[in-house]
Design a protein. Sequence first.
Length: 719
Amino acid sequence: MTRKSFLSAAMALALAAPIASPVMAQQTLNVRDADIRAFIQDAARVTGRTFIIDNRVAGKVSVVTDRPLSRSEYFEIFLSTLRANGLVAVPAPGGAYRIQPADGAAGQPSSVGRAANRNQFVTEVFRLRSIDAASALETLRPLVSKDGSVTANRAGNSVVVADYADNIGRIRQVIARIDRDTASTTTVLLKNAGAREIATSLQALVTTGGEGAAKPATIVPVDSSNAVAIRGDAGTVARLAQMARELDRQAASGTEIRVYWLEHADAEKLLPVLQQLVGQAAGSAVTASTPAAGAAPPAVPVAAPGGNGISSRGPAIVTRYEGANAIIVAANSDVQRMLGETVRQLDTRREQVLVEAIIVEISDAAAKKLGVQFLIGSTKTGFAATNYSNASPNILTLAGAIAADRLGETTTTVVAPDGTRTETRTRENGDLANTLQQAAVDSIMNATGGFGGVATSLGRNGVFGAIINAVKSDTDSNILSTPSVMTLDNQKASILVGQQVPITTGEALSQNFDNQFRTVQRQDVGIKLEVKPQINTGGAIKLFLKQEVSSVAGPVSNSNTDLIINKREIETTVTVDDGEILALGGLLDDNERKTIERIPLLSDIPGIGELFKSRSKSRTKTNLMVFIRPTILRSKEDAQKLTQQRYGYIRGMQLQRNPDQEPGIDELVRDYMGATPPAAAPQPGDAVVQPPVEIIEPTARQSSGVVRPVDGQANGGTR
C-alpha cells in the first residue's frame, strides 16, 4: 500500500468514527410493494410501540426516503403512510395502537382532546357560548374529513367532532372565530305608548333575509317597566331604538280612544272591573245623542283624579258596545297601557272541566201477607164482620155494594081488569148504589196475590161471607245512572234528565159551590246535576255541586190522588284531583216491619184463632252510593279525544245491533251536519295491522349492540 492510499484510508476512518453512533440510532425507510402487515411489524420493532392489527387490514405499501430518519420521524412517516392507504392508528389503552380501516373509525373509542401527532384519530368536544349547536353543525359538517363525524348536542349546546388531529386543529380555529357574540342589545324605556304595541309594530318591520334565515333583530316587550328590549345587529338595533323613541314621543299627544275586542272574556262582566280601576261609577254608560237646541250636553262620567291608582294618571272613560263583545276606553296613553295589560291578562282561554257522576242504587224488597175476613149479618138483627187494613179486597166494601143493590129496590104489582099482573121495580137510591159498586170494583182491581171468597144465606134473612187472601212479593232493583256535564272553569252548569210532574197545591170552590178548580205546580222529577268547578294552581278541582235523584212512587192512597215523590239529594263542596273518583255519600238502609191484626179473645183460640188474624211482613234493603269524577280539558286535543271516545261508544253500540249497516250517527253527521264524523277510538275486536318484524344481525364490523325490534318495541342486546 502506498503512502497516499494509506493516508486516504486513515482520513476516511477518522471522519467516519465520530458519526458512527448517530447513524446507528437512525433508520432508513425504503420499501416498494411491501406487505402492509410486514411494514407494521418493522414499525413496531423500530418505534418500540405495540400495534393491534384489525383482520380487515390488507394490501401493499411503498415508501421512499432520501435520508435516515429518527424514531419520531419514522413514526410520523408510518402514520402518514397508513392514512394514505385508508388506514388509521387509533390509540388504545396501555399505550398501544389499533390499526384498522379509516371507514368507521369515528365510531370506535379514541383519545379525547388534543393529540401529539397530527395523523392520529381523536375525538374532541367543543362547548359553544354564543351560537347554537345546530348552526355550528351546519358550518362544520363540510370541514370534517370523509372518515370523521360531527354531532350536535343541543341539550349542552356543544358539538362532538371525531377526526384526524390536524383537521381537529383546523376546526378548533374555525369555532374560535364564529363562536363570538357580536350582537348589540339596548333597552328603550317608554313613557307614553304601551310596550306590547310598540314591540308588535317593530317586529312587523323586521324581515328575514331569506327562507330559514334568522331575523336581524329580536324585540321583546317588558310589561313591568313598560320598555322594549332590542337585540341584534348593531346598525339594526340603533335604527329600531330610534324608531321606538319616535313612536313613544308621538303617542304623548293626549287622550285617545281604543277598542279592545275580547276573545274569551265577557265584556259585560269585565266592564265593572275596569270602571272600578279608573274610579268610574260601575254601571254608568255613555250614550251618543244630539242635544236639543239650548240644552247643555249630557254630563260624561269620568274618573276623578286623585289617589294612588290608575285614576291618578288622568281622566278615563270605560264603556262597552252591546252589539259586540268589545270594551271601549277613552284615556291617555299611560292609562291605556295599564288597562290594555289588564284586559290582556284577563282575556285568556279558560280550561274546561268534565264532571261525571255515578249513581248506584241496589234494593231488595220482600213482603208476605195472609189474612181471613168474614161477615155474618141479618136483615132483621144486625151483622158482625172482621176488617183489616192490609187485606184486599175489602169484604165490607163488597157487602155494601151488594146490599145497596138489593135493599134499594121496590117492586110494584099492578092487576089489569082482565087479570093480567104487571110488576115494576124501581131503585130509590141509585146514586148511592153506583158509588158503592164503583168502590167495590176498585177494591177488587187493587187486590194483589191470591184471594178467594164464599157467600151463602143463613136461614131466611141471614147471610155469611168470607174472603181469604195471600200475597208474597220479592222485588230486586239495580239502578245505575251516569250523568255528565262539561263547563268552563268557575262557571256553573246543570243537566236534567227526567219529567215534569203536576203537583196539586190547592183546591177551591166557586161562590156558588158548583165550580171546583185546582191549582197545579209542575215539579222536575228525574236525575239532576248542578256543578260549579274551580281549578286550583296545583291541578286539584274544588267542586260546588248538587246531585238529585227523584222518582214518582205513586198516589198516597186509593182515596187520595196526591203523588209521593222519592227524592235523594246531595249538596256539598269537595276537592278532587284531576281524573280521580271520589265517593260523595250514600245510604245503607235495612228496614224490616211485621204487622199482626187480630180479634181479641177469638184469635187466642188454638187452631181456630188463625181465622181471626191477618199477618203481614215486609223487609226492604237499600244500598245507595254516589261517586264523582272531574277531568280537566286543557287543550283542543283533550276535547277532541273525549269527543272521539264518547262518539265511538255510541257508534259501537249501533254497529253491534246492525253490523251490516252504516251507523246512523255517522250518516246523520255526514248528511245533515255536512261534517266528517270524529275518528272513533279503536274498539275491542277491531283488526290491528302490525308492521313487518325486522331483525338486524351484527356484521363482521360490529362487536356489540344487536337490535331486535319485536312487536313494535326495540330491545337492546349484546352478542
